[in-house]
Design a protein around this ligand. Sequence first.
Ligand code: ADP
Ligand code: MG
Length: 758
Amino acid sequence: MNSRSAEPLATALGKRAAGPLAKMGLVTVDDLLRHYPRRYGDPGTLTDMDRLQLGEHVTVMARVASATVRPMRSRGGALLQATVTDGRHELALTFFAKRPGALRPHEDKLRPGRAGLFTGVVSEYRGTRQLTHPDYVLVGVDADDDEAAMTEASRPIPIYPATASVPTWRIQKAVRTVLDPLTEDDVPDPVPDEVRARLGLPTRLDALRAVHVPDSPHHWQTGRRRLRFEEAFVLQAALAQRRAAVAAQEATARPPRADADGLLADFDAALPFTLTDGQRTVGTEIAAELARPRPMQRLLQGEVGSGKTVVALRAMLQVIDAGGQAALLAPTEVLAAQHARTLRAMLGPLAQGGLLGGAAHGTRVALLTGSQNAASRKEALLDAASGEAGIVVGTHALLGDQVQFADLGLVVVDEQHRFGVEQRGALRAKARVAPHLLVMTATPIPRTVAMTVFGDLSTSTLTEIPAGRAGITSHVVPADNPRWMQRVWEKVREEVDAGRRAYVVCPRIHPDDDVDVPGRSGAAARRAAEAGEFDDVPEFLELAGPEDGAPDRAPLRAVLEVADMLRSEPRLHGVEVGVLHGQMGPGDKESAMARFASGDVPVLVSTTVVEVGVDVPEATVMVVFDADRFGISQLHQLRGRIGRGADAGLCLLVSTAGPGTPAATRVEALAATTDGFELATLDLELRSEGDVLGAAQSGRASSLRLLRVVQDADLIASARTESSGVVEADPDLGRHPALAAAIAAELDAEQEEFLERA
Ligand code: ADP
Ligand code: MG
């Protein structure tokens, strides 16, 4: 950025004014100019003071009704008492001073009839609400003449994110001080002239003036839209550069075999079902990309059960046929083990390369986890290094230094959101040239979010669910209704008696885990982390906040406690009840899953360890305790574990959420639809933007201040088109220094991580 924007506020405003702003993280002129108003006060309408809460720090728009100074007999000082009104309700303003003279300037300004903004903490004195020593700014008072006063008075009033020590009007004043003298030359514009001309956008300086000193609501709206576009534009330009960089990398082409002799041909011939149209289309797309000498970078999304695994496996077989290997990364050991089992089962004799009874040109599926015994680990490592294993499945243990591949050609990442950037990089480093990359996610991602969060990946979507699925019905069960809860266990019993299985999901493991305040501080999460057991951490992170519920609600249900309860539940007499959670050893987890899958233990009480990818076709019922404390996408994922076979699924969402709360809205939405895209969109609307874009985005300076990924879909799409054009014509942005500088400034290390985060 140029020197003017980088100028410290201490220089531009003086140390005294800059100090408090620095505490808000506003250090340079640019920081302050990017501190956009949260909203705008309408000088024509007075704030409804009926809604003021005691103890709240407020800014109200009101008109002065009266102001009088009088001595205080008891304390020997002076007191100014003013009353302001919104036309219906009154609010008292109180100022104290040692001498009446000290109060005169206030009395002089607070003339009856003047309107202004008053900022302070609401208190109560003898039944009247008041602000003590409020900060205030009077509309029109600083203007020279009547006309200027009228203009000033009719401008929308910017209301800034403020603190008790730096009220909004003080920020406004500081902004005006730095903004007013700026010229176009001081404010380089990352959006190139030709783009601005084509879209009819104001310059950056005009946009800053519009949002900070608007003439009218239309004025700030135009300015804000332009600044939003700029955010989208800079981000998309960065992503376009990244795509270009990847496209310039070399990869080994892995074209499909022309003869009908390969593993893929054999696999297709033995497939017990026909591929859906979507699977075929996406499969063709992927096959073509693998055949190119450039690394594929593709996101495959599709509902749980839409058949992504088959698509991924077919891609892996194409690569193996072409002499390469594929790695499949799963987020947890349970899932890695299951993936290995599933792949071996789907491949049958094709996965018994070198074994008696195996297919002549068969390959092998190796499983590598952090906890397997030395012998099996050694064997898996050998198979990976020699190339005997065409497919190597594992968790992050796959990224360890000891793991070598003979010729890694394709990396498939299942549920990418749990893999960080270093991990992706580490795996890529294992290949001589960049491997092709396929990312699978069952969390439906609206298009513009995909563009923003996964902007460097091309996207394929499986929209249909293979035929023969009976579907899922969901109901909300009020936790405090014993008759309903009895009915829940009766239902579980009926299903078990019919040879089917039931999941019972709880938000925590031990009854004494304090996850009521969600986040990394939860004792359970901490214990899990300390034990090097990360499987369970995300489930706590996703729990909805405590603001959703009444403060006095019952503690969250715990796996161990609920399992005990079910073992003595009369309706489940004689039914085996198992448990599964992240603090169990990998062997115990595996055997718990296996006993559930086989039907020996048909009821499984677990944490959200079962969330992703676990496949037990006989599971038909899922009971989710404290459903109101989970996120929408997480519940949707959980629910996808049932109804995977020919029998209809039933999901019972046990909720303690009060009617009308956001939590109740979430649970009801879940019960009302199984459309993942609809739910994902609703989820985004209910969450804050910070959650959507990830931890790197929230709570700290970032390039996305105004942009909203759902509502600004059109802006994001047009920014993507425009920025791609610019980057294509000027790949290193040598002719667009302002854009290059904006990317460099905003996409610092952290930001980079966010971009690759997924
Ligand atoms: P996802 O990974 O998208 O959740 P899977 O690939 O695990 O879905 O598929 C779920 C189940 O559906 C598996 O048992 C799989 O064998 C089966 N399946 C996949 N494709 C089809 C298809 N075209 N027709 C019938 N069943 C299919
Ligand atoms: Mg799957």
